[in-house]
Design a binder for this molecule. Sequence first.
Ligand SMILES: C[S@@+](CC[C@H](N)C(=O)[O-])C[C@H]1O[C@@H](n2cnc3c(N)ncnc32)[C@H](O)[C@@H]1O
Length: 325
Amino acid sequence: MPLFLRLKLRTVSKKEKKDKEKTAKPFLKWVGGKSQLLSTFQKLYPKELKKETIQHYCEPFLGGGAVFFDIAQQFNLKSAKLFDINRELVLTYKVVQKDVDLMMEFLERYSSEYLALTIDRQKEYYYEFRTNYNHQRFQIDYNRYNENWIPRAAQLIFLNKTCFNGLYRVNQKGEFNTPSGVYKKQHNPKILNEPNLKQTSKILSIADIEVSSFSNIEKEIKKTSFIYFDPPYRPISKTASFTNYSEKNFGDPLQLELAQVFENLDKKGNFVMLSNSDPKNENKEDSFFDDLYKNYNIKRVAANRVINSKVSKRGKISEIVVRNY
Ligand SMILES: C[S@@+](CC[C@H](N)C(=O)[O-])C[C@H]1O[C@@H](n2cnc3c(N)ncnc32)[C@H](O)[C@@H]1O
């Protein structure tokens, strides 16, 4: 290859790398996170976002918000309504939106204390931290934004970065109970990503973020919007349950209720997209979503998710995407 061409290629890839670094990403790792599917989803967003005939966005199952951050950076949005039933998650988003600098001071303290420790002490630090986090929930007024929210948000981010696989899991009593992510080798995760937190905070300035069940969102949507639903997965095998995000499971009755909300929003002229794990991955006969959304456009896309604990049974699986456009 001629030298000038090689140089040109190298410049392009450096630029691409820089652009990638500038792109804000979810500040929390979340089960069911859609970061890996974004390049596929980008082809499925409504064209009206680019034309700017839609400038209002709504995501009722926010989680890590991968799709929101992607859309908000690609298109000119005027407003976003972001909802989730998990009050700790919503509290953290609100603090990142309003008080990111103060929050980062707490996170910096936890991070430097933790990273200075040996592997055994890191584990102890994590479990002590988790116990305090669980006790302190009784002192938090979740209904009104206040200064106690700021360390609380930093604590959730700390736990998310140091727990096993970034998994948010609570027991029957509502206590966060994910084990430590520290196992054999020294565990030095990036706990404080300052540029990313600052960027996500700016992006969140257009958002209204609330604790809410998806069933309440219809009345919140006053202007024609693009709504993206990413509900907890319908359990696809008896052993693989990914539905334990909060205190409640998301079974078939809730999937049916959600299909009704989808239809109502469709009838009101909104653009609606929904994703879920394809039950046909496990059982070819299972046409639950094909039946439920038979009046809409259904597409299957490849996802890189692990659904089986047996390595021999792992592989490419598909995700189902339903759109009313
Ligand atoms: C699959 S995750 C969303 C993942 C997200 N798209 C991402 O990229 O990280 C589903 C989310 O729905 C929330 N959730 C569960 N039941 C809900 C309900 N009834 N109403 C609203 N949110 C709910 C969970 O707390 C969880 O954050």
